[in-house]
Write a protein that binds this ligand. Structure first.
Ligand SMILES: Nc1ncnc2c1ncn2[C@@H]1O[C@H](COP(=O)(O)OP(=O)(O)OP(=O)(O)O)[C@@H](O)[C@H]1O
Ligand SMILES: [Mg+2]
Length: 247
């Protein structure tokens, strides 16, 4: 359903991504793992054209785009099929939960307000926040705010959702409510790419793992092979260091 070929990206003269490939079928959940600074966020941002790649090709639902040369219109069409969930939520602080979810539908998609609100309420229900629709952001916890951001993504009815460390800005006790919502989406068949440091979650929910190291995809396999039959010493050391932190 989604295929990325040979993505290169430089920032300030230094190449950060050195030719990354990945492939996703409908319903796949790809966990992107790897050390800090390995290029995970840059990869995801390039995939949603929040950053412009130097070269690369992305095919989504049979449409292929040259990532360096795609026009505004091509990018807008592509983004009708995608949604992005940010580490820091990226919500409007002065709006209610429902307004945050419907804003994009009304403004960007020109959807009538009552139709957008119906969709918005349904999306909020899916993340367990039906009763918070009219609450302002400041009245919500970090975990609830991130669930609003996920509801906003879901309300756009995307074919794939990109999530960049959706729980890393949260207090530890709020992480599981957000992971539970993401797991529910996965169980419902939503296709997702999730950058995460939550290894146990990745192991439990992801169908595939992409391991990034120094701007390259060091491994791209099924979750089972990644954890059970890992041959790369680099990856084993990384997983080992996380296990030690858990102890
Ligand atoms: N705007 C920028 N200007 C300069 N360098 C940048 C910029 N954004 C990213 N980089 C560099 O690109 C590399 C990859 O960064 P990126 O944020 O993609 O890593 P990451 O894998 O998401 O790390 P983390 O796990 O810490 O979020 C890093 O070396 C980083 O310093
Ligand atoms: Mg990052």
């Amino acid at each position: 359903m989604l295929e990325l070929k040979d993505l290169h990206k430089s920032i300030g003269g230094a190449e950060i991504l050195h030719g990354v490939d990945l492939k996703l079928a409908k319903g796949d959940v790809l966990a992107v793992l790897g050390p800090s600074g390995s290029g995970k966020t840059t990869l995801l941002r390039c995939l949603n054209f929040l950053e412009r790649a130097d070269c690369g090709e992305v095919t989504l639902l049979g449409q292929t785009l040259n990532m360096a040369a795609a026009s505004r219109q091509e990018i807008a069409d592509y983004r009708r099929h995608t949604a992005f969930v940010f580490q820091n939520f990226n919500l409007f602080a002065n709006k209610t939960a429902l307004q945050n979810v419907t804003e994009g539908l009304i403004v960007a998609r020109k959807m009538p307000k009552d139709q957008a609100e119906e969709r918005g309420r349904e999306a909020l229900r899916r993340v367990g926040l039906a009763d918070k629709a009219d609450a302002y952001l400041a009245q919500l916890s970090g975990g609830q705010q991130q669930r609003v951001a996920i509801a906003r993504a879901v309300a756009a009815r995307p074919d794939v959702i990109f999530l960049d460390e959706p729980t890393s800005a949260l207090d530890p006790e709020l992480i599981s409510e957000v992971l539970d919502v993401i797991k529910q989406l996965a169980d419902d068949g939503m296709t997702m790419i999730i950058v995460t440091h939550e290894i146990r979650f990745a192991r439990h929910v992801a169908t595939h793992v992409l391991f990034m190291d120094e701007g390259k995809a060091l491994a791209h396999t099924s979750t089972n092979d990644f954890f059970e039959n890992q041959t790369s010493e680099r990856v084993r050391n990384f997983l080992g260091s996380l296990n030690r932190k858990d102890d």
